[in-house]
Design a protein around this ligand. Structure first.
Ligand code: AHR
Length: 495
């Protein structure tokens, strides 16, 4: 069956820059994310640079990873950064109480993370501990990583082998303060935020330190309203938002052998991001009409049952074409709302939840989600071009969702990119794009698709799903005609 979608691309109306940090990632001390995922230690047989896997570094550079959040998540509010610096044999252990109760040796700490970010070309985003830490501890961390002058913390950093400060700009003031970060009320947290942010002085005098408030979960609009109302705007760089695509927390369903019902309802959850972003933004607009405070979706992605036989606390799940659909529609939503959404972190980069990379000892594979993020990286720091989409529905039972999603941008070289997703599990979409305000003569495209919705890349078949050249698009005058297979992602380049 062929269904019809009509899109108008306003190619002459250049809007705001799509902040590249919308394409950010998240690395928590959770399961095999840090230990075994990023970090194998410098004595490992797996090729590494200062203990970080070379294959991972190469893959994330190719992805153009712009930003990476660490050390949590829930872990962040249990983490004491001072235990992770200095001679490794002197470091105390930490029991990861949130994730599997495993004992970690603190061998991956601040220096490892910040130097790894340099290696990756990614901006670090540090999440501070306000749940079980102190104001002094967090203020000391800022001083340790950002101060170039003489001070107790900067001297200690030098003793530990790092002369120059790293000048970290992005700082989370706690995580999920309404839950694992301390079970606080919004009113109480707003005051805590004010206190912490006051003492996280700008140790590099750059005036650029950006404090980010722990944000709402899903549709908790009271949380956002309370923060916006009670925190002076000059103290607030960003407000976070977490939204996972999950069916039911007690019955999440499998990552691979899901049925149509489960697929449809996960897509419904993913598309809900649009209304969440709109409604949280509308609240922020009331207090900050100039949009100086960023909405930062620093946790998003699909969350399913762990792979059978794996530690339930490690949140290890496979990644199928369903995850490619989540990534495609979510990134389109962020691009289209990039006037307010300035940063986002997919949860999580390696071996946890909706990963871009999975590892098994010396083996590493790239997931369909990786390939979507790689195809979409053309939008990073490009200018948004508005699109109007009229699409038919993808229906299941009595419910329906818009089948096609789209966003577009123009980069610094003058190239226009259009990213399209057809979430319909059965129907091909004939997409017509009417181009308004520009003339193009050259068209190229790539597609991510597969025979079955439940397909995935495995350690035995790592390249089952990879982007391919797309030949089902044609340009005649101002009209683009595209034939999109079911559950596919297409990125077009126009010149
Ligand atoms: O990403 C996994 C967990 O999900 C994070 O630690 C927490 O912030 C959220 O609840």
């Amino acid at each position: 069956i062929f269904a019809q979608t009509t899109i108008t691309l306003h190619a002459g109306t250049v809007e705001q820059t799509i902040n590249k940090n919308i394409y950010g990632h998240f690395a928590e001390h959770l399961g095999r994310s840090i230990y075994g995922g990023f970090y194998v230690g410098d004595t490992s047989k797996i090729a590494n640079t200062n203990g970080v896997r070379n294959d991972v570094i190469a893959a994330l550079r190719k992805l153009k990873i712009p930003m990476l959040r660490w050390p949590g998540g829930c872990f962040a509010d249990t983490y004491h950064w001072k235990d992770g610096v200095g001679p490794k044999d002197k470091r105390p252990t930490i029991v990861n109480t949130w994730w599997g109760g495993v004992t970690e040796d603190n061998s991956f700490g601040t220096h490892n993370f910040l130097n790894m970010c340099k290696e990756l070309g990614a901006e670090p985003y540090l999440a501070g501990n306000i749940g079980s830490g102190t104001v002094q501890e967090l203020a000391d961390w800022v001083q340790y990583v950002n101060f170039d002058g003489v001070s107790p913390m900067s001297n200690w950093r030098r003793q530990n082998g790092q002369d120059s400060a790293w000048h970290v700009r992005l700082w989370g003031v706690g995580n999920e303060a309404w839950g694992c970060g301390g079970n606080m009320t919004a009113e109480y947290y707003a005051n805590e935020y004010r206190k912490y942010a006051t003492f996280m002085s700008d140790w590099d005098n750059s005036g650029k330190l950006m404090c980010i408030a722990s944000g709402a979960s899903d549709a908790d609009y009271h949380w956002t309203e309370t923060l916006m109302k009670n925190i002076p705007l000059h103290m607030l760089g960003g407000v976070a938002l977490h939204h996972y695509s999950v069916l039911e927390w007690s019955k999440k369903g499998p990552a691979v052998n899901y049925n149509e019902d489960q697929y449809f309802h996960i897509m419904k959850q993913a598309l809900l991001m649009d209304s969440l972003v709109r409604q949280h933004s509308a609240i922020m607009d009331k207090y900050d009409p100039q949009k100086r405070v960023a909405l930062i979706v620093d946790e998003w992605g699909g969350w399913y049952d762990v792979e059978p036989g794996t530690n339930p606390g490690f949140l290890y799940q496979q990644n199928t074409m369903r995850d490619a659909m989540i990534a495609g529609v979510t990134l389109n939503i962020f691009n289209n709302h990039s006037d307010r959404v300035k940063m986002a972190c997919l949860a999580q980069a390696i071996n946890v939840l909706q990963s871009v990379i999975l590892t098994d000892k010396e083996k590493m594979i790239l997931t369909p989600t990786y390939h979507v993020m790689e195809m979409y990286n053309v939008h990073q720091d490009a200018k948004l071009l508005p699109v109007n989409v009229q699409t038919n529905n993808y229906t299941f039972g009595n419910e329906s969702l818009p089948a096609v999603s789209c966003s577009a941008s123009k980069d610094s070289l003058g190239l226009t990119h259009i990213s399209l997703v057809n979430i319909d599990s059965k129907n091909t979409q004939n997409v017509t794009i009417n181009i308004d305000g520009a003339k193009y003569s050259n068209l190229k495209g790539r597609i991510l698709a597969s025979a079955k919705l439940q397909d995935y890349n495995s350690f035995d078949n790592p390249d089952k799903i990879t982007p391919q050249t797309f030949n089902d698009a044609s340009l005649k005058g101002n009209t683009l005609s595209i034939k999109m297979p079911p559950f596919s992602v297409v990125v077009l380049e126009l010149k």
